[in-house]
Structure formats: structure tokens, C-alpha cells
Design a binder for this molecule. Sequence first.
Ligand code: TTP
Ligand code: MG
Length: 353
Amino acid sequence: MGVIHVDMDAFFASIEVRDNPELEGKPVVVGADPESGNGRGVVSTCNYEARRYGINSGMPVSKAYERCKGAEFVPVDKEKYNLVSKKVMRYLSSFGDSFEKASIDEAFFGFDSDDFKELEDIGEKISQGINQKFDLSCSVGVSPNKLVSKIASDEEKPGGLVVVRPSGVRDFLNPKKAKVIPGVGKKTWKELQRIGVTSVKDLASMKRDKLRERFGKHGLKLRRRARGIDNSSVGGGSGKKSFGSETTFRQDINDFRTLKSHLRILKREIGSELNGSRYGYSTVVVKLRRSDFETFTRQRSLGSCFRDVDTAYKTGCELLEKLYGGDYYRLIGLRVKDLEKSSMSQSRLGMFL
Ligand code: TTP
Ligand code: MG
């Protein structure tokens, strides 16, 4: 079995540069308005030119502005990126024996074959297809499983294609920092370093008892991953539990109809996720956060599995009516959960959106 992971390069920023040729070659930061250094928001992402100045995702825009005052700061246009994502995912879903959208800009493909030359060619084809069809670029990782392919796609960004054959997995992982292993968060990484574990090899060769003692079962899971072991399947099982999105308003809202119109935008976002995923849902959840940050949620179990996003929206509106108390609110969220793999094909799903 082989797995390919594709992750778009500097996704939001690349779309902006593609659509505004005057940005070409310049450092571009997508995120909140830096307000000449006084902005309070964060950087969503930036292109590789901006990364040379030490700017990256999640950084306060004020800091990004400090690092490169001459950068082009572009506001986030999530609807546009969702639309591009949907088209990219639709294109990608035709490759592979199984397909799983993992986030707005990344996907996994499962192959029954383990002919790695063939898989490399498919990876190359995907990369060229993204270039030609969308005028965007992506990076590709090919390996025997999801874990290693995801690390491989990140290895030579942007535009990378990294193939790790089964016999090369341990050599590929060993020299890397242990924090590349999913599940090694900030806290675990700190603790690992404290006990002298820095590389993946260190983690892989730790005594099982010692790991269990310090990190419990989680520690053993990390050790297996450090050895390149991952049996999760593409497109199912351990993956997604829900799809949802939320919006924090620029100004608090107390008008019911305006809240409902935000629900409609969230519906579109969830629709594009559902479409790329082959899942149906049977529970809908609405969340409202009041100005004083008190947060209220209400959910309804539908009793059977739905794939169309309109049912989520209609149910969401009814739940919103129940939740709404005439106050001012700062955030609204919509989520569908209790996911089940749906047998309906991608294209049929698309008809509902
Ligand atoms: P990533 O794939 O993590 O980043 P990227 O595509 O911008 O860059 P890379 O070439 O390293 O893959 O995330 C995909 C998109 O998700 C990104 O373009 C913007 C958005 N995003 C945020 O809004 N905030 C964040 O903190 C991160 C990490 C991503
Ligand atoms: Mg990306």
C-alpha cells in the first residue's frame, strides 16, 4: 500500500498573488490589517518571499509589519479560498483508490499498489496538474503511510516531491527533530528535551517502560510513530469527527436576521468541506458567544444520516431561534457531527451544494 499527501504551497497567499499580478515577486502577508504596526490580529499565512523576513502563520501582524514594512498586506478572503479549495479538491479526488481531504489545502490519496516508481509518477502528475489547471503550486509526499507522507510533503516546500520507500522510512525520520512527530506538542517536546530526547531516533529507541511511565499510553503511540508505523486508513476510521466553522464578528451583533445571514456563510464553508470528504452527518450544533464571552450551544440529533448541507442550515436556523435571547453576540458557529462515511460519489454530493 502507498499513500500520497499533497499540501498546497502558501495557499491563501498564492491565490492572492495569482489573482493580483502586481503582487508577483513581492513579500505578501495575508491576515489582519497591520494598521501601521498597531494592528491586533494575526498573520494567516504569507508567501515564501515574506518568509525570508522571518514572517510566519500565527504571528501578530504588528510583528510582521516590524519585520518587513514594505510587505504587501492583504486581508483574508476566506470565501474565495474555500471556493478554490473546493475546485482543487474536486480535481484531486480523481486520483487514488481512496481520497481524504485533510484540511482546506491538503489531501491524502491511498493506493492499493506499492509500486513506488508508479506512485512517484502520479505525484509528479498531480503537481503538474495543480500548476496547469489552477496556476498554483503544491508539495507532494509519497510513502507507505499517511504519517510519513505528511512529513515528506513538508520536506522540500515549495514545489517539492519527496518519495520515501518502505526500506527508507527509518533513515528518513531518524535525523529529524522529535517534534515533527504528530502528537508531540509544545509540552511534550519540552519534556522530551528535558530527558535528553531530541531526534526521532532518540524517541524511537527509548525504552517502552520509561515512555509509558512519563507519558502513559500516548508515549507508546509516539514511539510507534517515531518508528514510522501508522496503520490509519485514507478516507476513514480514525479521521474526522465533525465539520464546522465559526465567525467572530468585527462588531457585536444583536439582530437576529444578521446572525442568520452569518449562518448562511458558515453553511457554504461546511458544504465545501462535506463535499470534499465523503461523509454524512446526523447531528447539527449551533454555538453563540455573547459579548460577555458566555457561550451557548444547542444541538439536535436528526436520527439518520444526511449529506446535504441545506438540512444542516435549516436545522441550524431552528436551533439559532431557540438560542437567541436578544443579546449582543460576538461569535456564531455551525457544526455537523456524528459523521458516517457516505457511499454517495463526490459528483452526486456536489449537486446538493
Ligand atoms: P498551511 O498548509 O499550514 O500553510 P500554507 O499553505 O500557507 O503554507 P505551506 O507552503 O507551508 O503549506 O495552511 C493552509 C492555509 O491555512 C494557509 O494558507 C492559511 C491558513 N492558515 C491560517 O489561517 N492560520 C494558520 O495559523 C495556519 C497554519 C494556516
Ligand atoms: Mg499548505
